[in-house]
Design a protein around this ligand. Structure first.
Ligand code: ZN
Length: 156
């Protein structure tokens, strides 16, 4: 990655970390889950509101953690809003692959939201720091737990 691109990515991550989007507790969330990453001390609550068709009409979070976990939760809630649960899970698959695999190919994912994946590429730099992968994926694991009816997840 070019240095100036890397700086841009860090800026975006820092911005989301400092000014998280959707940092609130919605009144009418239909699903929620607690996510815990004991390695780093990140704890998040993810709130998802689903309509009758399985469409995510609201996504929000609260909690505390390192800049990466908060930035990831901020981006995740932004990205999944308005998507179906299936589409959100596919994006998580894609994001997880890009954080853990060297030979990730976006084309393999099929009909994923490419704009969303491109935004997530910013966070996939954590691949070089395996311990940070848990920080970056915590919000996504927790979102998946929430929509699957599990209420607590831990990265341990
Ligand atoms: Zn963390």
């Amino acid at each position: 990655m070019f240095d100036d691109l890397r700086d841009l990515y860090q800026e975006v991550i820092l911005d989301h970390g400092k000014n998280p989007r959707n940092f609130r507790r919605p009144e009418n969330a239909t699903c929620l889950a607690h996510g815990n990453n004991p390695v780093c001390g990140d704890t998040l609550v993810i709130y998802i509101t689903l309509d009758d068709d399985g469409l995510i009409t609201d996504a929000a979070f609260q909690g505390q953690g390192c800049a990466i976990s908060v930035a990831s939760a901020s981006m995740m809630t932004d990205i999944v809003n308005g998507k179906t649960v299936d589409a959100a899970k596919r994006l998580f698959d894609g994001f997880h692959h890009m954080c853990t695999k060297d030979d990730f190919d976006m084309a393999e994912l099929g009909d994923c939201d490419e704009d969303a994946l491109e935004r997530l590429v910013m966070l996939s730099g954590v691949k070089e720091f395996p311990i940070r992968v848990k920080c970056a994926t915590l919000a996504w694991h927790t979102m998946q737990a929430a929509v699957s009816g599990d209420h607590d997840i831990s990265t341990e």
